[in-house]
Ligand binder design. Sequence first.
Ligand code: UDP
Ligand code: MG
Length: 323
Amino acid sequence: MVNAAVDSGKPCEPIFLSIVVPCYNEHDGIPELIKRCRQSASESFGDSYEIVLVDDGSSDRTWHVISEQTQQNGRIVGIKLSRNFGHQVALTAGLSAVNGELVLVIDADLQDPPELLPEMMKVMKQTSADVVYGQRKKRSGESWFKKKSASVFYRLLKRATDITIPIDAGDFRLMTRRVADLVAQMPERDRFIRGMVASVGFKQVPIFYDRQARFAGTTKYPLSKMLRFAIDAFLGYSMVLLRVSSISAVLLLVAILAVSGYSLYSWLYLEVVPGWTSLMISLLVVSFFQLASLSIISEYVGRIYLSTKERPLFIIDQVRRSN
Ligand code: UDP
Ligand code: MG
């Protein structure tokens, strides 16, 4: 069950737009985020919007700030998860709680400008698309390593998968409710939301923008989390790694044929001196491929194991709404 726990807090009347924001230790930026989201949403939708802020087990004052905001401002929903479940799961929790006919997903750090909403709406109308996703032209305020690794990641992923996952696009996107519901209801545990949205299909169009520097705080994606995210994306959407063992087996076969041919030739025509070095090298090469294949298989098996446990994807501690 992915979203059963969220339904209890939902009011019934339909609204036009829900903005979903996963927040992890973002207390400094939230008031500004809400201010700018409200401005942008009320321009296009008047009062018919809500902002769903998901506190992903923050250890700073994030929940306090969210609770305060639900008291001060109308149309704000705060959802507090029981611990840190990670960006993609927090996003799923938010998607499970929305009431809007349209859903905008945005990060809490204002790297993606909420002011793009009217333009996204326009593109959605003009193209009759179900998804309008932000594609980054420039990324300000991010390290060379982050930009480079992201660029390599998106390009490798594009080659490795069968579905079209857009290059240089994050989770900043406007989508119809049917897409949001489909994604929220997907039961998979290793969630890579931009891949999941892409896999739903329908018409999906880009809108190009410059990514800003963070408004406050620092990135919540250290190298370890980035690696985890990249592995989830590759294992979740591609069988390429699983095929490494088959490819290495083919390579090994070629090597075995070549070495055997050479040994036979030496045995027939040359003075044979038993080669300790070549034996060692071949032993190492074979062991390496065996280990590499095994470790990849164990990644998949581990995931199957975890998913058979059917633990809840997230657990909600509290829900707050403005009156
Ligand atoms: N985030 C989250 N849980 C986490 C890590 C991040 O909810 O465990 C949120 C974070 O607060 C932000 C969004 O996910 O709203 C993206 O994180 P961040 O901006 O740190 O990533 P970056 O833009 O540096 O890739
Ligand atoms: Mg960010």
